[in-house]
Design a binder for this molecule. Structure first.
Ligand code: PEP
Ligand code: MN
Length: 337
């Protein structure tokens, strides 16, 4: 349920509504708008008499029931785009933020080379895995904290904020010491304890869509994070499993366009995992932006043939550098209208 306050409602009106809501052991989350404030009510059960009760209060314009199971993430609750500040880089509201870097941090030379190259090409953030979720337990699973230290060094040298995955609730504090943006991987999208732990962190969160998750399940995972108080959530469409085997995954651009309608949270796309093939990354990156994405996550490696993970979908430094002007040109066209 959402309470839309009148233009001229006072702080006392707002506080009285919040107190009434709390009297029913529910919680009110206030969105401050340009002309009016909106209070989203979270919790259950919402008593049947509450709507009428709130409608009759001073300063209240309208009380609307929300039909969707996700509340804090829905646009009904928060009509304007959320813009998430990641170490000074603003994501959302039609941004075209590019996060690039290797699937996994492999060595100091590798991460520094990539960091400087992507910075020169115009990327805004550095990605790199320290804790890697691998389908096989025998595959390379990341350099752990050592990789986090190398990422922090790359940030110090380039000024690029860093995004890296956190896989377990007990690692959130450690990863949060280094990362500007905590990534929740596709395989962990429904690890609810992990979602709640990053929800209690002060770091923004990048929530990847699960391999077989519906749009609604994805939004409900965002809700788990937001319900703990952290509203700085960026969504990432990274391809889903379908009957198609010609590509690694199927990039669901419907979900991007639909997402812009249903949620106020920023959405980016990851055409590297979305396609699994380096030569499909550029077209799907551009398609993602055209569908409304607020940014991109792209895997880049100095020598993809020797990468410890995801080499076949990684761009070389040269290919990434030649993609950036195309991304910027398209972003210019999309945002000039
Ligand atoms: C990654 O970003 O390298 C990764 C493992 O992504 P996903 O969780 O989308 O598979
Ligand atoms: Mn990867």
């Amino acid at each position: 349920m959402v309470v839309i306050m009148q233009n001229g409602a006072t702080k006392a009106d707002l506080d009285a509504v919040l107190a009434r809501v709390e009297g029913f052991k529910l919680r009110g989350s206030v969105t401050v708008g340009e002309s009016q404030n909106i209070i989203g009510i979270v919790g259950t059960p919402i008593p049947p008499q509450l709507q009428e009760m709130l409608e009759s209060m001073s300063g209240v314009r309208e009380v609307v029931r929300i039909s969707r199971p996700y509340k804090l993430a829905t646009r009904e609750f928060h009509p304007r785009d959320t813009i998430v500040d990641v170490g000074g880089v603003m994501v959302g509201g039609g941004s075209a933020v590019v996060m690039a870097g290797p699937c996994a941090v492999e060595s100091e030379t590798q991460i520094m080379t990539v960091a400087h190259a992507i910075k020169k090409a115009g990327a805004h953030m550095l990605r790199g895995g320290a804790f890697k979720p691998r389908s096989s337990p025998y595959s390379f699973r990341g350099m752990g904290e050592e990789a986090l230290k190398l990422m922090a060094k790359a940030r110090a040298e380039t000024g690029l904020p860093i995004v890296t995955e956190v896989m377990t609730p007990t690692d959130v504090a450690l990863v949060g010491e280094y990362a500007d943006l905590l990534q929740i991987g596709a395989r962990n999208m429904q690890n609810y304890q992990l979602l709640e732990e990053v929800g209690r962190s002060h770091r923004p969160v990048l929530l990847k869509r699960g391999l077989s998750a519906t749009f609604e399940e994805w939004m409900l995972s965002a809700e788990y994070i937001m319900n703990q108080g952290n509203h700085n959530v960026i969504l990432c469409e990274r391809g889903i499993r379908t009957f198609e085997t010609a590509t690694r995954n199927t990039m669901d651009l419907n979900a991007v366009a639909l997402g812009k309608k249903r949620t106020h949270l920023p959405i980016i796309v990851d055409p590297s995992h979305g396609t699994g093939k380096w030569y499909l990354v550029a077209p799907l990156a551009l398609a993602g932006l055209a569908a409304g994405a607020d940014g991109l996550m792209i895997e880049v490696h100095p020598d993809p043939d020797k990468a410890t993970s995801d080499g076949p979908q990684s761009l070389t430094l040269e290919n990434f550098a030649s993609l950036m002007p195309r991304i910027n040109a398209l972003a210019g066209v999309l945002h000039s209208v």
